[in-house]
Design a protein around this ligand. Sequence first.
Ligand code: SF4
Length: 414
Amino acid sequence: MHRELGLVRDVFSEHVLKRLTGDRAIGHVRYSTAGETHVKNAQPLAVDYALGSLSVAHNGNFTNYDELRSELERSGSIFQSTNDSEILVHLVARAPEPNAVDRVASALGRVRGAFSLVFLTNTELIAVRDPHGFRPLSLGRLKDHWVIASEPTAFDLIAADFVRDIEPGEMLVIDSTGLRTYRPFPKIGRKMCIFEYVYFARPDSELEGLSVYETRKRLGHALAKECPVDADLTIAVPDSGVPAALGYAQASGIPFELGLIRSHYVGRTFIEPQSSIRHFGVRLKLNPVRNTLKGKRVVVIDDSIVRGTTSRKIVKMLRDAGAKEVHMRISSPPTRWPCFYGIDTPSRAELIASNHSIEEIARYITCDTLGYLSLEGLHAAIPGPGFCDACFSGDYPVPFSSQTQQRRQLELIL
Ligand code: SF4
């Protein structure tokens, strides 16, 4: 095992990769969504227990983590991290079932919330998606081998073929005899994260049969119908706003231009942990194309406004570059509620739309006009049997304890 904080290309040097020998592997490349940013919270987690070795990598958040952790601590468990995923290895180690697969199923019966998981035992690779299917999980094939990834685009990198989405509530077990599928949870309605389509997933991914790129274009179409404006140019906040801006331009007839250029040497603003780095990051990451913007009425498309600080800097950047008017259009509804299912959005106090009207937000970010896509428009553009939209609606499909909520708010403030 090797774990470090940082970018994959820096962490997994030639030297480290040579040391990681074996014929099966799991990995994890996300920030921790529970617990502070520290290497002790980095994944995969790996332990030895009565039945051998167990490693786990988790995308999502457990909403009953605090209760389970207190219960485990009261009965003698000692934790090495503040990562919610660690409760799983304790639950597996304590489960009475005679084999690892049944123990994993039994442990997962106790946790609530969002989880797309991969486990590695001495003999099996186990992949599980929670019954609501909050986070995606995909199955692929590389020659004679099975591969699992959180998004199908990962398969393209290694020239593997996408086979199918792992279904909500499905558990796959892969061992030397092949692949078996189980349904260890009672069937409940799908609540896939709608924000994956708005922002989080890569545009070249296809999730649950929907192209993320085409979906974002449809959001732009709907936005143009709901929030029209007289302007000379449609531009995007790159990269995530580009498909929606193309859709807006097509539907409105206002030509699309590249008015902002992103530096690809710097990571996403969203995941920088400190506000000082985040604020500095806007200028590092985006630069205006002055000749294109000068004297123009610009409609600028972004996928969401979280705190409003980045949007304010972008509007100022566009005006400083000579734009005559700046009209901001957002391809999702106002983000008013935090996520408890694995996306690192800030607390309500920091979400500008939770305590300001659209007019107040427009004044704060200093744009001429501001328009958001409606919740109805969002759902109409993303057809499907069931989505979580709690960060827009406050309608949380899985309840979380007040203890979990308080801890999460505290972490976000810290
Ligand atoms: Fe996705 Fe928002 Fe639901 Fe979180 S609250 S799972 S970001 S839709």
